[in-house]
Design a protein around this ligand. Structure first.
Ligand SMILES: *Cc1c(COP(=O)(O)O)cnc(C)c1O
Length: 216
């Protein structure tokens, strides 16, 4: 058994009443996913289209979240199976998701991914200054429903720096709620294995946790 039940209990207790859990199941076996499924978990995150496609015969009430950089030529393959794309990082991608979802009669919930950690500038994600215009542009796509934002913490062990980035993410989330309405902007996806407690202190409503929940 390669799931970590103790860590799972810690996560469940910390998120209680605050956030939902997306179990990041990339590189994890079907058996491990099914164990968490049996324990009642339904949201699983994958970051590679090809890998996701090998897992789509798992129980159909699993809600797959796509969390990695998505190439436009992979959109058609995955849209039938995913219930949310957390990693919308360009208008070109928005356009393709809209087109492919129109083809199959689906409206895709998406999160706009922002790049807030200032030190590594070559990472993917939108910049905060472009947030309002980006979301406005997305409104013209009828098969795309922007439900909130996703952000990654910085690669550092300095908790003050991590906290500052998550604070910025929360501020952006609140600004977007004011402009587009809290009924539309409902999800702030922040926090992974190493930083989810800090993300929860800064208003995260959805944590994406992988390695901490598994044994190896
Ligand atoms: C892998 C991944 C995670 C989970 O990372 P862990 O450190 O294993 O918890 C979260 N979000 C994204 C986008 C990822 O690619």
């Amino acid at each position: 058994m390669a799931i970590n039940k103790q860590h799972y209990e810690v996560v469940k207790q910390k998120i209680q009443g605050k956030a939902e859990l997306c179990i990041v199941s990339k590189k994890r076996s079907r058996e491990d996913i099914l164990q968490y499924y049996t324990m009642g978990e339904r949201i699983f995150g994958e970051n590679h289209a090809q890998e996701l496609l090998t897992k789509t015969d798992l129980p159909e009430d699993i809600r797959w979240h796509f969390i990695g950089h998505l190439q436009r030529n992979k959109v058609r393959l995955i849209v039938p199976y995913v219930s949310m794309i957390q990693s919308l990082d360009s208008l070109e991608l928005a356009k393709v998701i809209d087109k492919e979802c129109a083809r199959i009669g689906k409206v895709m919930p998406v999160l706009a991914e922002f790049h807030l950690a200032l030190e590594d500038t070559n990472k993917t994600g939108l910049s905060a200054e472009d947030a309002v215009s980006f979301l406005q542009e997305c409104q013209k796509y009828e098969h795309l429903d922007v439900r909130g934002i996703m952000a990654m913490g910085p690669h550092t062990e300095n908790t003050d720096v991590i906290a500052r980035v998550f604070e910025q993410g929360h501020g952006l989330y609140l600004d977007l709620q004011k402009i587009f309405g809290p009924e539309k902007i409902q999800i702030l996806s922040m926090g992974m294995s190493d930083d989810f407690p800090i993300a929860l202190e800064h208003g995260s409503t959805l944590v994406r946790i992988g390695s901490y929940l598994f044994e190896d």
